[in-house]
Each structure stands twice: as C-alpha cells, then as structure tokens.
Design a binder for this molecule. Sequence first.
Ligand code: 5GP
Ligand code: MN
Length: 351
Amino acid sequence: MITRIIDEKSVRRLKELIDDSEKILIISHTAPDGDAIGSSLAAMHVLMSIGKDARVLVPDQPLANLRNLPGAKEITDACRYPDFAAKLFDESDLVLCLDFNEPKRVDRVAPLLESCKAPKVLIDHHLHPSDFAEVSISHPEMSSTCYLLFRVLCRLELFNFIDKNAAECLLAGIMTDTGNFSYNCSDPELYIVVSELLKKGADRDRLYSRLFNTFSANCLRLNSYALLNKMELFESKGAALITLSREELNRFHYSKGDTEGLVNRPLSIPGIRYSAFLREESDFVKVSMRSVGDFPVNLLCSEHFGGGGHLNAAGGEFAGTLDEAAELFRSLVDENYSKYIANSNNTKGKK
Ligand code: 5GP
Ligand code: MN
C-alpha cells in the first residue's frame, strides 16, 4: 500500500523493546505543538490498547487548542509536576522520544532524559538527530512525526490497534505540521494515510475548527495590530519582519499560542521569500522564521539567532534585547539576498 521507508533492523529492535516493556514513557519537545501532542497521544492510545502502561510527559503545557485532543487530560506537564516527571522516568522500562532531535529540545526534562537508564527510541522528522537513542527512526523527508509514526505503527503490525482516538491524534499532527495541507504535503502517499485515518473515524472538519479556526477577540486584535502596525517589508530583498514587545503583548492580554501562525502571513505577499517574527520574552527573544522555496531559515537561525530547525521553518532563542534582535535581522537582509536569493533558480513559492 505505502512504500517501506523504515529500515527492518530498527523495526525489529523497537518491537522487541516494546514487547519487553510494561511501563512506557512518551516524551516530546518544549512548547509542544500539534505534531508533538498528536504523535505522543496517538502512541499512548495504541500502546494502551496492547496492554502497556503508557504515559505522556511534556516539558510545559500544550496550547489550549490541543487540550481537547483525545487523551490530552492524561498528559503530565513537567513544569507543574517536576517530581512526578522524575518518578515517571525512574519507573519507565522504555522512553519514546517523539518529534524532537536532541535532548536540548526537551528543555527542563533533558537532565532526566540523559540520566535515565531505560532504553530510548527516537521517532522524528527533524534534521540532524543527535545520537542519544538506542533506536533512531529519523526521517526528515516526512512532513510530520505523526505521518512517520503511522508508518512505524504499520510496520510494527499495530495498524488494527489505531482506534478512532489515535487516528484523530495522528491526523491533528499531520494537519498542524502542514498548515492544514498547505505546505510540505505534495507526497501522494500522505493522502493514503489520511484516507486510512478518516476511515478509522477521525473527524477532519471538527479538527479544522478546533485547531485552526478558534480565536479569542484579543488574539484576533493582536494579530491584526501586528500586521497593520508592526510588519516591516524589505520587498526588493524578499524579507519581512514582525516584532512584538512585552508591552504590546500585554496590551492585547496575550496568552500562549495567540501569535501561532503570524510569522507565515507575510509569505502570502508575492516576492516575500522569508519572514521573521520576534517576540519579547522575559529573558530572551523568541525567534520564529518561515520561508518558501530554497531559502534556508534554519541556517539563519543557527548562525545568528541561537536556534535551528528545518529549511522552511526554524526558530531560536536570542540572548539580547528585542531591538538588538530586530537590528541584527535588518542588518542581514542585504547579505541574505546576495547569498540565497539573487542567484537562486528556485522559483518555487514565488508568487
Ligand atoms: P516555531 O517557529 O514554530 O517555534 O518553530 C519552528 C521550528 O523551528 C520547530 O519545529 C523547530 O524545528 C525549530 N525551532 C524552534 N525554536 C527552536 C529553538 O529554540 N532551537 C532550535 N534548535 N530549533 C528551534
Ligand atoms: Mn513535527
């Protein structure tokens, strides 16, 4: 039905590890998004239905729009329950690491992960996985960990254990990591997987409404303000920048998740090839970047903004003021243009 992409040795070893385990801990990255939560909960549902004691632990609370996914109430947030997080690690026979490529991405959970004696398995689609897991199923060509996890579950012969709840969680991650099927989703096999998830009862329309179309009035106003008053365009250089200070965020009663997706908006302008959003936090500046075509925002983030990520979606934590981060971005616009845009033949994404 779908191409085999995962190597047989990893599948066999993962199967043994699951068979030999009773308590399985599933963890994902900080500021967990739809793919992190979707893949973790889907794994939890499937493992529970084969009789395992499976728990999900994340470094901090998921966004409000993810808290209605089936099983989300069972998630432990290490920020609020650090002692329980440590107990979960102590007791686990196996740790599944989903949707992140290196211990640093689990933030406050990293020391627990690194000192944990249980075998670790990584299932992820980010570039450059670090070598911390006994089994590493890393496929950056997959648009989401949920898409990859579906394939892993099939190879483990667990397809029949993907129930409606697991299917809904997997579809949530596929939808969020592709911007509701608007990027990274030209792989025809993705739609075979989506079709299977729909057949299992996942409700795409309800997920769309919850994940993409539920906003508070403050959130709508903050995003409108950002686009109207704070978007800087460097049109001849293909760049866009939005910054929001603490004062501005407070003015609109910002709550976590309110600026999700804002960084993508300038990319809808013809000729804009990459976009940055800088949000002032209490002790650093949260950087988010997106691009179209072959513009490598991951390099920009890793070289200058304390982070990394994918070619077209990256981020970081800048150790400096908001003005410094913005000034640095502006100072790189000319250089980025000569380096990545001027001679690029890649017109994909150019509108
Ligand atoms: P977002 O802009 O949604 O926060 O992040 C987009 C992508 O950028 C993430 O999926 C992740 O791959 C990467 N990313 C975001 N923040 C960081 C960071 O602080 N460090 C690193 N290495 N990657 C990040
Ligand atoms: Mn992901």
